[in-house]
Design a protein around this ligand. Structure first.
Ligand code: KIV
Length: 268
C-alpha cells in the first residue's frame, strides 16, 4: 500500500516553496528511528555522528562504510514516513567519483536509504553532479564539516571572516548547481545563513546556524539530554534522559539487591 504521507525528496524541496519548516533529527538504530518517525520528523539522518555518540570515538573519522550501512538498515526497518538520509563516512567518496557512486549506491540498494549526505563544497561538486545524474539524491553539508576537523584544528564557527563567508556563499551556489536537494549549514553566523538561504532555491537545514534556515537538525541524543559532558550553545534540551536512565537503573539495582524484584506477580 502506498503511504501518501511519505516524505520524498521533491516534498522536502516543496516545503521551502511553501515556507514550511523542515524538521530533521539523527538516528542510528531501529527503536529510536521508529519513535522519531511516529513523532512526525520529516528527515531522519543516519549521521556519522554515530561514530562519537554510538561508538564512542573522539571524532567521526574512524567510522566505516559497513558501520554506516548497518545503522542505515536498522533505521530503515523502523521508518515508514520520514525521508532517510545516510551520511557517507570519511574516505568513502573523496578518492574518486567511481568510488562515490559505488558506495552511495550501496546505501540505496542495501541500506534502504533514500538519499546520501556528503560534506564539502567545490572540490566534490563534480562527484555530486554524477551521483545525482545516476539517480542518487544528495544532501550537501557546508560550514563546520566534522570530517575536516584535522584541517580546521577544532570545532569553531565557520564563515565569520569575509573570505570564509564568501567561500560559503559560493559553495552553496555550486552545490545547488551540482544538484543537491538541500544543504546542511553547520555552525555558521545567523546572518550569513540567512543570506545563503535567500540566495538558493533549495532548502537549508541549520545546526548552530540561526533561525533563518528552512529547517533545523540536531543530534537526537543531545535534545534528549543523554550526553552530559558538554552542551554546544545551539543545543536545546527537551528531556534529561541521562538522569532518568541512571535513576531507573539504580532503582532496579536496589530492588534486586533487596530481594524486592521479582515479586510474586512477576514470577511464574
Ligand atoms: O553526523 C551528523 O549527525 C550530522 C548532523 C549533526 C548534521 O552531520
Amino acid at each position: 500500500m502506498t503511504n501518501l504521507d511519505k516524505i520524498t525528496v521533491p516534498k522536502i524541496i516543496g516545503k521551502k516553496q511553501k515556507s514550511e519548516k523542515i524538521v530533521c533529527l539523527t538516528a542510528y538504530d531501529w527503536l529510536l528511528a521508529r519513535l522519531l518517525d511516529q513523532a512526525g520528523v520529516d528527515v531522519i539522518l543516519v549521521g556519522d555522528s554515530a561514530g562519537m555518540v554510538f561508538h564512542g570515538y573522539k571524532t567521526t573519522l574512524p567510522v566505516t562504510l559497513d558501520q554506516m550501512l548497518d545503522h542505515t538498515r536498522a533505521v530503515a526497518r523502523g521508518v515508514s514516513r520520514a525521508l532517510i538520509v545516510s551520511d557517507m563516512p570519511f574516505l568513502s567518496y573523496q578518492a574518486s567519483t567511481e568510488q562515490a557512486i559505488q558506495n552511495a549506491g550501496l546505501f540505496l540498494k542495501e541500506g534502504n536509504a533514500e538519499a546520501v549526505k556528503l560534506e564539502g563544497g567545490e572540490p566534490i561538486a563534480e562527484t555530486i553532479h554524477r551521483l545525482v545524474s545516476v539517480g542518487i539524491p544528495v544532501m550537501g553539508h557546508l560550514g563546520l564539516t566534522p570530517q575536516s576537523i584535522q584541517k580546521f584544528g577544532g570545532y569553531r564557527i565557520r564563515g565569520k571572516s569575509s573570505s570564509e563567508s564568501e567561500e560559503l556563499i559560493k559553495d552553496a551556489r555550486i552545490l545547488e548547481e551540482a544538484g543537491v536537494f538541500a544543504i546542511v549549514l553547520e555552525k555558521a553566523p545567523a546572518d550569513l545563513a540567512k543570506k545563503i538561504t535567500e540566495s538558493i532555491s533549495i532548502p537549508t537545514i541549520g545546526i548552530g546556524a540561526g533561525p533563518h534556515c528552512d529547517g533545523q537538525i540536531l543530534v537526537t541524543q543531545d535534545i534528549l539530554g543523554m550526553f552530559e559532558d558538554f552542551r554546544p550553545k545551539f543545543v536545546r534540551r527537551y528531556a534529561n534522559l541521562a538522569e532518568t536512565i541512571r535513576d531507573a537503573v539504580t532503582a532496579f539495582a536496589d530492588d534486586v539487591r533487596s530481594n524486592q524484584y521479582p515479586s510474586k506477580d512477576e514470577s511464574f
